[in-house]
Write a protein that binds this ligand. Structure first.
Ligand code: GLC
Length: 612
């Protein structure tokens, strides 16, 4: 009997298992039918095939793709997305796959060996191939500073630096310029621009004054949205290129003499404003940027009330993300995270928990990843914070179309330095000029004058016209920029065939009679960031000597100043008939002659006070 009962029990168990297996197989089949493939893989055995996973499907909503991808990611794959590595730091490109890096950047001057538009396009395409070797195949976000056109690339259209656009104060022009910049940038496979600067420059001794629109908060605010919409497009849900509102927040109000970098005076220094002052003067442009749907915000290298911005949870999370509702991602600037007092491990925890989502790493990316592995494993960086950062980055990548858009081809490079864009840049030059003085109504000049003498260190110097952040970090002096036109060239092209234009850079003219008009184009040598911190911005003795020689050799004197900021010309300017601020006009110097000879009126106004 006992045996019989055992047999019966076993048969019952066996048949129940069969029934269970039957229903499980139906459920599984149903799952596969629903195309919701199940992928059996985990932290240890990453063997599954995700090539058909939902996140690859461009027809799905971004949020669905983000959540699906996130659900497959291991801890290490999440951590890799937070690393934005400067390309020259990558010694073995396989590290892109090994560490699952989220982004690469070209810092200023960090160009391919073949420094041409094609060379840039090939470089970015090559880096992307390494993401194909990873399980998840998440494309890299590649970023660069195309702050006045895609100015890293020789031959690109170089627009006036922002200070000149601030003088023009024309949102539609700023939008069109950023639209053109985005096209020239995307043609090289770069879809993330570290621009616009929304700093409100309060101290013109700062070497980054020219990167800002103005010292007036409302003028910066007026142009902020235009720049972002120009880069990203009208619908921020599907950005063409991701813009970066920088440097959040208050960089323009740094105090002279507080720079942490011993080679600088004010850059990367201290901001001591009250919160009320900071909010009143420096927050409105960023608020406008968030309202315009900006996808990234860069935390500045300055500190506020003694705390580095990358460590400031109140400003990064409470104000920017919660109060303003910023949905994009925060990227730290350069070495900012590691400049927080303390060791790198602690700084990483501080910055990520403060609200930095992507960490810019000009060095030490392996250490960063190891520190984040440790701090997420021990809970110092909560999993929720890591997931929030990854979500923000993935949301940007999916919305940008990184997983779906075809890579640019050589045919796409024709847009770079195109006639259309150069004409736009020339329009911007015209609109950026500010007439500081014209005491004898010298302007507009007659195109049929007998003799015009031209002199000055910036007269035939496209490098000076462009200033810093042009192919090289500090710019390159001389008349070298492919496709560019100097101001002198514009003058020569504007006059009649009867008019003699004589150029001698240092003003040594040997004339029998005075020239009708003498034009001297002088200003600042190129500089960038703290290298340009200058206690007393002024013209050099050589430039002043040139002006004096030309003044004596001509009946009327016009001085055109090519500079990143107002210069102290109070004393010598008393003898100058006409003075024009041309700022840093970029590659299309002919725009100056367009106005000099009356083709267009002066419309520019001072974006920053200039004492005469
Ligand atoms: C620099 C600048 C920042 C730039 C970044 C990447 O240090 O502060 O404006 O976008 O590094 O080049």
């Amino acid at each position: 009997m006992k045996k019989f009962l055992n047999l019966k029990k076993n048969i019952f168990i066996f048949s129940s298992l069969l029934v269970l297996l039957f229903f499980l197989s139906i459920w599984l089949w149903h799952q596969f039918q629903k195309e919701e493939r199940l992928y059996f893989c985990d932290d240890k055995t990453i063997i599954c095939d995700l090539s058909e996973a939902p996140y690859h499907d461009p027809s799905l909503p971004v949020e669905e793709r983000v959540e699906d991808l996130l659900s497959h990611m291991t801890l290490d794959e999440k951590i890799g997305q937070l690393a934005l590595v400067e390309r020259s730091e990558i010694k073995d490109k396989n590290d892109i796959a090994t560490y699952g890096l989220g982004g690469l950047l070209s810092g200023a001057g960090s160009h391919p060996e073949n420094n041409t538009a094609l060379g840039w396009q090939e470089m970015t395409a090559d880096y992307q191939t390494y993401t194909k070797k990873t399980r998840l195949q998440i494309p890299l976000l590649y970023g660069a500073d195309a702050i006045h056109g895609n100015s890293n690339v020789p031959g690109a259209t170089v627009f006036p630096h922002q200070i000149g656009l601030g003088a023009a104060n024309d949102p539609d022009l700023v939008r069109r310029i950023n639209e053109a910049t985005a096209k020239e940038l995307a043609a090289t496979g770069i879809y993330w621009n570290y621009a616009p600067s929304l700093d409100v420059a309060k101290d013109l001794r700062w070497g980054r004054t020219y990167e800002t629109f103005s010292s007036e908060s409302d003028r910066v605010e007026n142009l902020a949205a235009a720049a972002i919409i120009g880069l990203q497009g009208e619908n921020s849900a599907t950005p063409f290129v991701i813009a970066t509102a920088k440097h959040y927040i208050g960089s323009g109000a740094m105090i002279w003499g507080t720079a942490v970098n011993e080679d600088y005076k004010i850059d990367q220094g201290e901001v001591r404003l009250t919160e009320e002052e900071l909010r009143a003067e420096h927050l409105p442009p960023f608020k406008k940027a968030v309202e315009a749907g900006v996808w990234s915000v860069m935390a500045g290298l300055n500190n506020w009330q003694g705390l580095k911005l990358s460590a400031n949870k109140y400003l990064l999370t409470d104000v920017l993300k919660e109060e303003l509702g910023f949905q994009g991602f925060v990227v730290s600037d350069w070495y900012g995270v590691y400049e927080i007092p303390g060791n790198n491990y602690q700084n990483t925890i501080t910055a990520i928990n403060a609200g930095v989502d992507m960490v810019m790493l000009p060095f030490d990316y392996k250490k960063f990843i190891a520190d984040l592995q440790q701090s997420t494993s021990n809970g110092r960086v909560p999993a929720s914070r890591l997931d929030d950062a990854v979500r923000r980055i993935l949301r940007a990548k999916f919305s940008l179309g990184l997983f779906d858009r075809p890579a640019p081809t050589a045919n796409d490079l024709a847009i770079i330095g195109s006639e259309e864009h150069r004409a736009l840049a020339r329009e911007a030059v015209r609109k950026s000029l500010v007439l500081l003085k014209d005491r004898r109504q010298t302007l507009p000049l007659d195109k049929n004058l007998d003799t015009i003498i031209v002199a000055g260190s910036a007269a035939d110097n496209s490098g000076r016209q462009c200033g810093g952040w042009t192919v090289e970090w500090q710019g390159i002096d001389g008349n070298w920029l492919p496709g560019a036109s100097s101001i002198l060239k514009g003058i020569k092209e504007a006059v009649s065939s009867e008019t003699k234009v004589i150029f001698e850079e240092t003003g040594n003219f040997d004339l029998d009679v005075k020239a009708d008009v003498g034009i001297v184009i002088v200003g600042e040598k190129s500089y960038a960031e703290g290298v340009g911190d200058e206690a007393e911005p002024q013209l050099s003795p050589e430039d002043l000597a040139t002006i004096e020689k030309v003044r004596k050799a001509s009946n009327k004197l016009i001085v055109i100043i090519v500079s990143g900021r107002p210069l102290n010309i109070k004393l010598p300017a008393r003898n100058w008939d006409t003075i024009i601020a041309a700022w840093l006009p970029g590659s299309e110097g002919q725009g100056v002659a367009d106005v000099l000879f009356g083709g267009y009126p002066f419309v520019g106004t001072l974006p920053i006070e200039w004492e005469l």
